[in-house]
Ligand binder design. Structure first.
Ligand code: GLV
Length: 315
């Protein structure tokens, strides 16, 4: 029987399914497993199923002498040294597609929430400060319909955001490594920054996108514009974003991802009323998380059997 290491319990019946095909050693807690647990347990395993909080670097890959597959329960794979794994003949798989709609829904939710001050309004009521009846200039936000949406990156999630934007009659511009066959205008990065009312980040994290949105780029945005990021925190240089917000160089931000997660209670972003924060919830629906489990487990089993996985990361 194959031996596999699984670093987290997953929703749905898929771990039980995996147990029919392999001997499974699983970390049962909600906290990530200590690195030493992974390093010692991976030694005799044929497969490794991880989530995005486990760093699968050279040390882990070298420790997994029998590894044939690393299956990540995520679309992102920046936590895995994919190049090194592949050089060792280990296949790397991920779970795209099944989380696209859930993530695009959350992105749109963040966009609407920050534009229309939904979270701020909720906080105001709960803190007992809604003490005047309706008046014309109370809590005015930014109109979403007919405004310009800028999408950075045009992969699966970028397209799903684009589809949603159509329903809001938005003008959509985008920038990515190359133009795509989509119903939106391809522009250079400076134009994207200068013209977007809402700038949505959907690129993956890699050496080229690390700190891509730094002070010089963020200050090219309109002072009335909003930044929405649900991809990976380090695409945005967080200190610079804080500076840009302090100087009111942009109107606000909605963030699902951060340079360090979870963020500390001393994170300066917490102080801005015009910033909406969610704790990395992009794919967090029951349906999506179960589908991700199905894909991650099937990817793992298929690779162990020498068959093609549903999705494979190739560089
Ligand atoms: C979540 O962030 C993922 O990469 O699936």
């Amino acid at each position: 029987m194959y031996r596999v290491l699984v670093t987290r319990k997953l929703p749905g019946p898929w771990i039980d399914h995996l147990k029919k095909e392999a001997e499974v050693e699983i970390w049962e807690e909600r906290d990530p497993p200590p690195r030493s647990w992974i390093l010692s347990r991976v030694k005799d395993k044929d497969g490794l199923l991880v989530t995005l909080t486990e760093k699968v670097d050279r040390e882990v890959i070298d420790a997994g002498k029998n590894l044939k597959v690393i299956s990540t329960y995520s679309v992102g794979f920046d936590h895995i040294d994919v190049k090194y794994a592949i050089s060792k003949g280990i296949r790397v798989t991920n779970t795209p597609d099944v989380l696209t709609d859930a993530t695009a829904d959350l992105i749109f939710g963040l966009l609407l929430a920050v534009a229309r001050r939904i979270v701020e309004g909720d906080r105001l009521i709960r803190s007992g400060q809604w003490n005047l009846p309706w008046y014309p200039e109370f809590m005015l936000g930014k109109e979403v319909s007919h405004s310009t949406l800028g999408i950075l990156g045009m992969g699966r999630i970028g397209r799903a955001v684009l589809n949603r934007a159509k329903g809001f009659n938005m003008r959509v511009i985008y920038h990515s490594r190359r133009p795509h066959d989509v119903d939106a205008e391809f522009v250079d990065l400076d134009t994207l920054l200068a013209e977007s009312d809402f700038l949505v980040v959907t690129v993956d994290l890699n050496p080229e996108t690390y700190h891509m949105l730094d002070y010089s780029r963020l200050t090219k945005m309109k002072s009335t514009a909003y930044l929405i990021n649900a991809s990976r925190g380090p695409v945005v240089k967080e200190d610079d974003l804080v500076k840009v917000l302090s100087e009111s160089k942009i109107a606000g931000a909605a963030l699902d991802v951060f340079e360090r997660e979870p963020i500390g209670s001393d994170n300066p972003l917490i102080k801005f009323p015009n910033v909406v924060l969610t704790p990395h919830l992009g794919s967090a629906t029951r349906e999506t998380r179960e589908r991700m489990a199905e894909v991650a487990v099937k990817n793992l089993i298929n690779c162990l059997k020498g068959e093609s996985p549903l999705y494979e990361v190739r560089l």
